[in-house]
Design a protein around this ligand. Structure first.
Ligand SMILES: [Zn+2]
Length: 328
């Protein structure tokens, strides 16, 4: 179990639209047990809570612990949220509205529960435990099906007056651009996410442009795996290359603007797309961002890859819960 001075174990949960990840995390941030469940998103709040509890119990069992052994729990959840009350105000992906996931889980565990935005939680883990360690001011952007982000200033997550700030995927980088899931046009997410890349490649296929991704994307109903995209880029597929460049360009534009406003020490790029495409993608993002960062003429602000992958959510949720509820 935990060593002396490490503090009691805490549960971290990453609640996503397709899967729930849970972990029991020791005071020294080691993961003692972990589990995964499919999110019963179609069935709504109570079913999601039950799946979450089963997922926590499985992680506890793997760790050789029981519910009373943990001091607190943290949930990283899609939003918008009422962070103070622990309520998911609305989530289309989870099919819930005004769902008090924090108090409900707290009643079951008989322990305090923190609820914070899933991406903010992941960014906080990178800041404290991952590629952002040692910095005080950073921006993290996660590029996957959507684009989420986290701004940390002076060691604190910036959530603004509403508690929900930090949505850097919805910065508009192309006036009148493609429609975004949020309803606006030309958001970074609508131009640079994996969904945006897949949509553009589907269009290219319809136009008859040759690409190794044509058949794969048709078979998956217009969806695309980051790994398939990376393979196509490695094979120098011209359609894939062009769309990856376009994604990196618009991501860089958005991040360049943020760098000018916030002046972070480091910008971290994570998520499935960035992970699969690696340094070549990062270089394109750097070039686009630096083309407009007038506040950083010497190029001192680092733009690097995030380090924690899929563990960022569970680790960050556990860490925030520990910092809030467990006396050090
Ligand atoms: Zn948007």
């Amino acid at each position: 179990m935990t060593g002396q001075g490490d503090g009691p174990p805490v549960v971290g949960i990453d609640l996503g639209g397709t899967k729930i990840l849970s972990a029991v995390v020791a005071g020294d941030q080691r993961i003692l047990g972990r589990a995964k469940r499919t999110t019963p998103a179609k069935e709504g709040g109570p079913a999601i809570l039950q799946a979450m509890i089963a997922c926590i119990d499985e992680a506890l069992e793997q760790a050789g612990l029981t519910r009373p052994d943990v001091a607190a729990a943290g949930i990283g959840s899609p939003g918008p949220l009422d962070v103070q009350a622990g309520v998911i105000l609305f989530s289309a992906n989870l099919n819930v509205k005004d769902f008090p996931i924090g108090p409900e889980l707290a009643a079951v565990l008989n322990r305090p529960v923190l609820v914070q935005n899933d991406v903010r939680v992941g960014g906080y883990a990178e800041f404290r435990l991952g590629a952002g360690r040692g910095y005080r001011d950073l921006i993290a952007a996660f590029v996957g099906t959507g684009i989420g982000g986290c701004v940390i200033q002076g060691g604190q997550i910036v959530t603004g007056s509403t508690g929900n700030a930090g949505e850097l995927g919805h910065i508009i980088v192309k006036a009148g651009g493609p429609r975004c899931g949020c309803g606006a046009r030309g958001c970074m997410e609508a131009l640079a996410s994996k969904t945006a890349i897949a949509r553009r490649i589907t269009k290219a296929v319809r136009k008859g442009l040759p690409t190794v991704l044509g058949e794969k994307i048709a078979r998956k109903g217009g969806r695309l795996k980051s790994g398939d995209l990376a393979e196509a880029v490695a094979a120098k597929d011209l359609v894939a290359l062009k769309e990856v460049q376009r994604s990196a360009h618009f991501l860089g534009l958005g991040l360049g603007g943020l760098i000018n406003v916030l002046g972070p020490e480091i910008v971290l790029i994570g998520g499935g797309v960035a992970g699969a495409l690696g340094d070549a993608y990062l270089d394109l993002v750097r070039t686009a961002a630096r083309s407009q960062t007038l506040t950083d003429p010497d190029g001192r602000i680092r733009i690097d890859r995030a380090a924690l992958g899929d563990d960022a959510g569970i680790l960050g949720a556990a860490l925030l819960a520990r910092e809030k509820f467990v006396p050090s």
